[in-house]
Design a binder for this molecule. Structure first.
Ligand SMILES: C[S@@+](CC[C@H](N)C(=O)[O-])C[C@H]1O[C@@H](n2cnc3c(N)ncnc32)[C@H](O)[C@@H]1O
Length: 386
């Protein structure tokens, strides 16, 4: 039986070795866009232990956080996608990985013409704690007895508040490739909470990881080789999506799922998926007399706030939900109906978002609406309706 701490030590030990010399056993083949690889030094590309390419889903100007950045390949690709106005931060807990990534960062910067990547030392389930800063403090006040141990714990708490490794709400996109599975089971909920914390409202996570088609038995979870090899720490396909949901994300979807498993162990299939999840559904609900219509193709849908909507019907939604649906990943599925007379936010009354209700057209047009019009020549592309 491996204890939680030793699981993390085994992971650190294995990836320290993997940083120094390529380990074929840790590689799951990934197709990267070759144009971005040209500026990345060979040792970084060789020591690639990822299982997907979340950098494909980034856009210019974004601030990106890569969890478990390893030798830095995803960060160096992301640096080129987000461009000089964007920024990339890689976090890893293994010194040997950080050493390779940091040594290569100036080389990539020189080749692309700007420096927008940095690497920080931390554990991804505790993104507030700067491990290098804690290390410096502990050199001044080493742990020698229970009192100094308790003081160190206190100090870590202070650092999280006063000098967080990653500030809350500071990131546009959290990416990761093949790392979340390596976090011990008891820390996984905290890991997803941390991803949520660091994202700004409206930000998103795009995570590639190994998932299993069946739950991994405890005996396999306790196998250090399988654990550190990105196998037995895998969540199930459903469990992975549920972990995002439990942390408060919405609009969660599978962007890519490998048809063929990377490995099958004792009949359980392990494959790579890339999942996207959004932050921003939290907040107050106000009545602005807006309505939406779900376009289909399904007969009905249920969103992450439990609004159940049937195809083609008009539903009352609060201003927050209305604006959420107008953006990715929802906008293509809805029609949007603004009221004829706008309700300014300052005058809007609270809206009860816990129930789903239909909205009569009179509510968006106004109860006294009684207009009769001539045919609208702008209603059809050809300029004539019938
Ligand atoms: C499978 S490798 C993936 C590396 C990189 N993402 C890539 O695509 O090549 C896992 C990396 O995550 C790091 N790692 C594992 N668990 C971690 C944790 N709890 N906190 C921070 N880094 C972690 C390891 O040090 C290693 O660099």
């Amino acid at each position: 039986m491996i204890e939680s701490q030793s699981k993390e030590s085994i992971v650190r030990h294995r990836y320290a070795a993997g940083a120094k010399e390529r380990s074929d056993k840790l590689c799951c083949p990934v197709d990267y866009e070759s144009e971005y690889l040209e500026v990345i030094p060979r040792e970084v590309i060789e020591r690639d232990y990822g299982c997907g390419d979340p950098s494909r889903y980034l856009v210019q100007g974004e601030t990106v956080l890569d969890l478990g950045s390893g030798t830095g390949k995803i960060c160096f690709i992301a640096a080129q996608v987000v461009g000089p106005n964007g920024k990339v931060v890689g976090v890893d807990m293994t010194d040997e990985m950080l050493e390779v990534a940091r040594r290569n960062a100036p080389i990539v910067a020189q080749r692309i013409g700007y420096a927008n990547v940095e690497f920080r030392k931390g554990r991804i389930q505790d993104l507030a704690l700067d491990l290098e800063m804690l290390d410096q403090e502990l050199k001044k006040e080493p742990i020698t007895d229970v009192a100094s141990f308790l003081r160190a714990d206190e100090l870590a708490g202070e650092l999280r508040v006063k000098h967080p490794l990653i500030i809350s709400g500071s990131i546009d996109v959290v990416v990761s490739s093949c790392v979340l599975n390596l976090v011990e089971p008891k820390s996984k909920p905290q890991l997803f909470d941390e991803i949520f914390r660091v994202l700004r409202k409206g930000g998103r996570a795009v995570i590639s990881d190994i998932v299993s088609d069946e739950a991994v038995p405890e005996q396999m979870q306790n196998d250090p080789e399988l654990w550190s090899g990105c196998i037995s720490g895998a969540l199930t396909e459903g469990g992975f999506l549920a972990a995002f949901e439990n942390a408060g994300f919405y609009g969660i979807q599978i962007l890519k799922r490998d048809v063929n498993p990377w490995r099958t162990v004792r009949g359980i299939e392990f494959r790579s998926v890339t999942v996207e999840a959004f932050k921003g559904k939290q907040g107050e609900c106000f009545e602005r007399n807006q309505a939406i219509i779900y376009r289909g193709p399904f007969k009905e849908v249920l969103d992450d706030d439990n609004h159940r909507m049937e195809r083609g019907k008009r539903y009352a939604v609060c201003g927050k939900t209305y604006n959420l649906y107008k953006k990715a990943p929802y906008r293509e599925f809805f029609e949007f109906i603004d009221p004829i007379v706008d309700v300014p936010l300052a005058e809007a009354k609270p809206f009860n978002c816990s129930r789903t209700s239909l909205r009569h057209p009179k509510e968006t047009k106004g109860q006294d609406y009684n207009t009769t019009t001539e045919p609208n020549n702008k209603c059809c592309d050809g300029g004539s309706c019938c």
